[in-house]
Design a protein around this ligand. Structure first.
Ligand SMILES: C[S@@+](CC[C@H](N)C(=O)[O-])C[C@H]1O[C@@H](n2cnc3c(N)ncnc32)[C@H](O)[C@@H]1O
Length: 424
């Protein structure tokens, strides 16, 4: 976990091998690991002002312990006046060289205000624990009030959101959840989105969940499937190609939209992710989904390119990516995105709709890719996403012709989508 592999995978591996941990302990461990990565910059600054600069601590484990103690102190809102038993415990599973009196000092010494950087962007980067270069990029893209809301949302646990199935049954699903004693509410930013208020995870044990009436899915991600709809709304019977289906998150929604008389063709470069998608499709018994190789793209009425991207809109869920991403990688993503759009567009039939989408909040992977494509392809026309979104969703998530679902107005992660129609 401390060796630099993606946190999500490292955590899944570590928890799989951790015999003897109960569900609550597993959830706590996962929460803490994400929190320490999320607030890393601020925690390390506090550690430095207390005289324990991160680089000077003996082991990575020591640094993790100091971060943990400071996280409890700064973020847990309790009277944290002594080292907690979970930190003090010795043992082979927790190697460390740091002494208890140093940890005691970390949790007891008065914390002075650190000197604030001169630049506004850098102050935000410290406050919300982001690298400077990334905040500088975002500051060029967003006005100040949007920027601060976005950074503060991406610096918080986004919580769990669900999509109700079949589409349009939100009230009935909410009532059924309440009947089973799980408090949940509608999220107005997407027509089928709900948030479970009850933090106990009991929702996963409900009949509602077990009968396939809920799918875990971010609200902005749900909006991407919504903008694949034709004007007028109904996708029943259409053929949709989900070109970058990954583990099938949007494939399931698209399959629900087209219904048994329609077809979803799902593909992805990664066999492993596609195997997960197959499994989920089987779980939900969606016979309208096929995984043809190669994909017959010219048959599709709608093609979704949910492109590989920097994931800057998902940093609240995968906070370690803040520290791993580089500006060079972002420009590589941009190249891949443009190439994918080119490749797919060559095979699109006349009248078909291409939806280009990302979970990036950086215009260089979003509008810039679309605008460069349109400049070279007069046979495609940009259609406003507001043509197919309801008034509530448009008010929250539309920016010009594009879908720009940004937290906190749309809770969860940040997402982008554009509708490109082949008109010639
Ligand atoms: C943003 S993820 C897709 C998420 C997925 N649609 C969902 O809703 O869960 C992007 C996907 O693009 C895939 N990918 C990358 N390059 C590709 C290519 N050239 N052709 C097809 N898929 C590609 C990656 O393997 C990854 O699964």
């Amino acid at each position: 976990m401390l060796s630099g592999e993606p946190l999500k995978a490292a955590l899944a591996n570590a928890l799989r091998d951790a015999d003897g941990l109960g569900g609550q302990e597993r959830r706590f461990a996962a929460l803490v690991v994400r929190e320490l990565s999320r607030h890393q910059r601020l925690l390390d600054l506090a550690s430095r002002t207390l005289g324990h600069p991160p680089g000077k601590l003996g082991l990575k484990e020591d640094q993790a312990l100091v971060r943990y103690a400071l996280w409890r102190r700064l973020f847990c809102g309790e009277n944290w006046s002594r080292i907690g038993p979970e930190v003090r415990l010795p043992g082979p599973v927790r190697p460390r060289t740091i002494k208890d009196d140093i940890l005691q000092n970390v949790v007891e010494s008065p914390l002075s205000e650190p000197p604030l950087p001169d630049s506004h962007a850098e102050r935000l980067a410290v406050r919300y624990s982001f690298p400077n270069w990334l905040v500088q990029k975002l500051a060029q893209a967003y006005p100040e009030e949007v920027l601060e809301g976005l950074l503060s949302s991406l610096d918080e646990d986004p919580g769990l959101h669900f999509r109700v199935r079949p589409p349009g049954t939100r009230d009935a699903v909410l009532a059924a959840l309440i009947e089973e004693g799980v408090a949940a509410e509608a999220v107005l930013a997407a027509p089928d989105a709900v948030r479970v208020v009850d933090a106990s995870h009991r929702v996963f044990e409900t009949r509602v969940m077990k009968t396939g009436r809920l799918q875990v899915q971010d609200v902005g991600s749900q909006l991407i499937s919504e903008v694949c709809r034709p004007v007028g709304g109904s996708m029943t019977g259409l053929t949709v190609a989900d070109v970058c289906a990954g583990a099938g998150g949007k494939t399931l929604a698209l399959a629900d939209f087209v219904g048994p008389s329609g077809k979803v063709l799902a593909g992805d470069r990664s066999r492993r992710r596609l195997a997960e998608a197959r499994e989920r499709v089987r779980h939900f018994s969606l016979r309208q989904v096929a995984f043809p190789q190669p994909m017959p793209l010219s048959e599709a009425d709608v093609l979704l390119i949910d492109a590989p991207c920097s994931g800057t809109g998902s940093l609240a869920r995968e906070p370690d990516q803040k520290w791993k991403l580089t500006a060079q990688e972002i420009s590589k993503f941009q190249t891949t995105q443009s190439e994918l759009l080119e490749e797919v567009s060559r095979q699109v039939k006349h009248g078909a709709l291409v939806v280009y989408a990302t979970c990036s909040v950086l215009p260089e992977e979003d509008e810039a890719v679309v605008e460069a494509f349109l400049a070279k392809h007069p046979e495609f026309t940009l259609e406003p996403v507001s043509d197919v979104l309801g008034a509530e969703q448009s008010a929250r998530a539309v920016h010009g012709p594009y879908l720009k679902a940004l937290p906190p107005r749309v809770p969860g992660g940040g997402f982008f989508a554009a509708r490109l129609r082949r008109t010639r």
